[in-house]
Design a protein around this ligand. Structure first.
Ligand code: HEM
Length: 393
């Protein structure tokens, strides 16, 4: 299927022969499959087939002219019916997802005795077969490999805040900071593992069918329903690590109410159910336990809180650079919210009560947030002027 096969020769997608080849695929009845690993593998593979089938014409046109044109708007029943069967069984949407298809269920360890680290992970399914697609996907996986620590210390921070246990709060939140630092350093390797110039070669296939000019009428799933369906594309926006930080640090409730925030909320429905439930739990619990208020009551806790928000800033800032370099789009608001939270919390801290170390930390972080807020405002103004038609990019 991929554009380039492992031996370097062109695959069906490169030759525009994939759609035709799909006709030979029997319509399997998967209603009897119960094994969860098999269901996950089938879900991943059918979503790859569906996206490749629907978007093949867009990819061909994009390679020729730089325009996407229209995708196929009917998914044949030999793909649609089994896809819907497995999607229902695992409680997912019948379309490619970030966690359950493209990224987090799409790698295997080369040496089973070694960890989830770069060099020990290979990709199961690609669209392009380009090393940059492998780099793109595997970088998400190696970042997410730290999420166990993140979840553990998030829970401990919430507990400590509810029980007003200052020592545990400071220790657990410091661990959250350290873990985000590892994740951010891992993210920084994206530049070398996945080249910006290659991104658009595989991006077409991860696009969605909702609010997308290529699918003005959505997609009809033959043999499933007479009503067309609309789904968002797969995106790191469905990852749970940073939204968990947003929720823990009570940043989510401060997101401005605008179309971008609405889209971010819609992305939440494209997560595995257990991720979505956990994120909701963290958001509610952080509000009840008043995490930010508890942190602000004691200068050293406030400094650690600030360092945690700074990690979210670091992620969004790098991500903003990604979006500028790999594709140009606006992600202004989440970063702006983080920056203004940092400025506000920083301004409230009574510096006379800080340890010498934390005073330097607070000074550095608040100064950087102020400067970055100014740069961001300038960049967004510039981009708004330069890119009138940015939704098409
Ligand atoms: C080359 C790398 C990347 C590019 C080009 C990229 C691109 C994008 C784009 C275009 C969006 C807007 C929503 C959409 O259209 O899907 C987005 C959102 C998002 N992405 Fe990425 N992304 C990259 C890497 C990552 C990584 C590694 C993560 C974390 C695992 C991530 C997490 C997010 C999150 C959380 C959002 C929602 C916006 C926010 O909360 O700030 N992205 N990304």
């Amino acid at each position: 299927m991929p554009l380039t096969l492992k031996d370097g020769s062109p695959g069906l997608l490169a030759q525009g022969k994939f759609g035709e080849a799909c006709k030979a695929l029997p319509q399997y009845d998967l209603s009897g499959v119960e094994d969860s690993e098999l269901l996950s593998a089938l879900y991943r593979d059918y979503t790859f087939v569906a996206s490749a089938y629907l978007l093949e014409p867009c990819d061909i046109l994009y390679r020729k002219t730089g325009d996407y044109g229209l995708g196929r708007d009917v998914l044949p029943k030999n793909i649609a019916v089994p896809l819907v069967q497995v999607a229902e069984k695992i409680g997912a949407k019948p379309f490619m997802e970030y966690a359950l298809s493209y990224a987090l269920y799409n790698y295997r360890r080369i040496d089973k005795s070694k960890g989830l680290v770069w060099g020990n992970l290979e990709l199961i399914r690609p669209f392009s077969g380009d090393p940059s697609e492998l780099g793109f996907i595997i970088s998400h996986v190696t970042m997410v490999s730290h999420s166990g620590e993140l979840v553990k210390n998030t829970i401990r921070t919430l507990e400590a805040s509810s029980k007003h246990n200052r020592a545990q709060f400071n220790e657990a939140l410091s661990n959250v900071v350290m873990t985000y630092d590892k994740i951010n350093r891992e993210m920084d390797t994206m530049w070398a593992r996945s080249l910006p110039a290659d991104y658009l070669k595989f991006r077409t296939f991860i696009m969605g069918t909702k609010n997308q000019p290529m699918f003005p009428k959505g997609v009809l799933y033959e043999g499933v329903s007479d009503t067309p369906m609309f789904h968002r594309g797969e995106s790191g926006a469905n990852d749970s690590m940073v939204p968990m930080g947003d929720n823990l640090l009570q940043l989510t409730e401060r997101m401005p109410s605008n179309p971008l925030t609405a889209v971010l909320k819609d992305f939440r429905t494209y997560r595995p159910h257990n991720h979505a439930e956990f994120l909701e739990y963290v958001e509610d619990k952080a509000r009840q336990a008043k995490v930010r208020e508890f942190a602000e009551q004691e200068p050293n806790s406030a400094a650690i809180y600030l360092a945690a928000v700074d990690q979210i800033r670091d992620f969004r800032n790098r991500h903003w650079s990604f979006t500028k370099e790999y594709i140009i789009k606006y992600t202004k608001h989440p970063l702006a919210t983080v920056l203004s939270t940092m400025e506000e919390v920083g301004a409230k801290i009574d510096e006379t009560q800080l340890t010498k170390e934390n005073k330097t930390l607070v000074d550095t972080l608040t100064r950087r947030a102020e400067a970055q807020n100014r740069v961001l405002a300038r960049e967004v103004a510039l981009l708004r002027n330069e890119i009138k038609d940015q939704d098409k990019v």
